[in-house]
Ligand binder design. Structure first.
Ligand SMILES: [Mg+2]
Length: 246
């Protein structure tokens, strides 16, 4: 049995403000089985405390230290890269993640970090471009082109903002979120476990399952989110219950 179960959130554990069917009972059962549970999201705007409150409100067990978002992961990656000054293009949640890692100064930035930013403007794009042209590292929380806001409706995601800065700067960003393996590697390192001890569960092949693959972990595709087809050889389940005997 896998000691560590890494769960994607949207489309896997909840959809919008509703838990996915059987998610509540499955997470309780995983903990009863003595396994470690972690939540993995590309959303750079939500802080672990907010995500924890949302999950607890649905009756799903969670602690803030179980939540790994691309915002916190980006801040941690910048700290570990020894950057001191970072220009953050994002929501208040992303800026707060950087403040919590000790970043406060964004003059002459050594890195430009870009996430979802609903207040994005031409001036912000210009500032980011000039910083990157002057040698700052270009970092993207994720490249998701869009994200679901309500049933069947999508809004532009972080990737659309990253693309505009990539176009004007001519630089390709370092990506933190899924499908890159960095967040899973942070989880494994914190839990002091190896890739073979963990399984990544998610509803998207191009992010969750690809991320598991790059991190060297087994994966389970659930059919409660975006995917409707299963590639040959991919482990899948109609819903989260499939992880209970893995
Ligand atoms: Mg998902």
């Amino acid at each position: 049995m896998k000691k560590l179960v890494i769960l994607d959130l949207d489309g896997t554990v909840y959809r919008g403000s509703e838990p996915v069917e059987h998610a509540v009972e499955v997470v309780h059962e995983l903990i009863k089985q003595g396994r470690e549970v972690r939540y993995l999201t590309n959303n750079s705007a939500a802080l672990p405390g907010q995500t924890t409150r949302k999950l607890l409100g649905m009756g799903i067990p969670c602690r803030p230290e179980w939540v790994y978002g691309s915002g916190q992961a980006a801040a941690r990656w910048c700290r570990e890269s020894d950057f001191k000054r970072v220009y953050v293009v994002g929501e208040p949640g992303l800026r707060e993640a950087f403040e919590r890692e000790g970043f406060s100064d964004d003059t002459h930035p050594q890195a430009v970090v870009v996430g979802i930013c609903r207040s994005f403007t031409y001036d912000i794009m210009r500032h980011a471009m000039h910083a990157i042209k002057n040698g700052a590292k270009f970092v993207a929380t994720n490249l998701d082109p869009s994200f679901p806001v309500e049933r069947g409706v999508f809004d532009p995601g972080a990737g659309s903002i990253v693309s505009s800065i990539q176009t004007c700067s001519g630089v390709t960003p370092t990506v933190i979120g899924k499908p890159e393996a960095k967040m899973v590697e942070q989880i494994l390192s914190d839990a002091r476990l190896k890739a073979e001890d963990a399984i990544v569960v998610g509803d998207r092949l191009d992010t969750d399952i690809e991320c598991a693959h790059r991190a060297g972990c087994d994966s389970l595709l659930v059919m409660t989110g975006v995917e409707t087809r299963v590639p040959m050889g991919q482990g899948y389940s109609d819903d989260l219950r499939g992880v209970l005997n893995l």
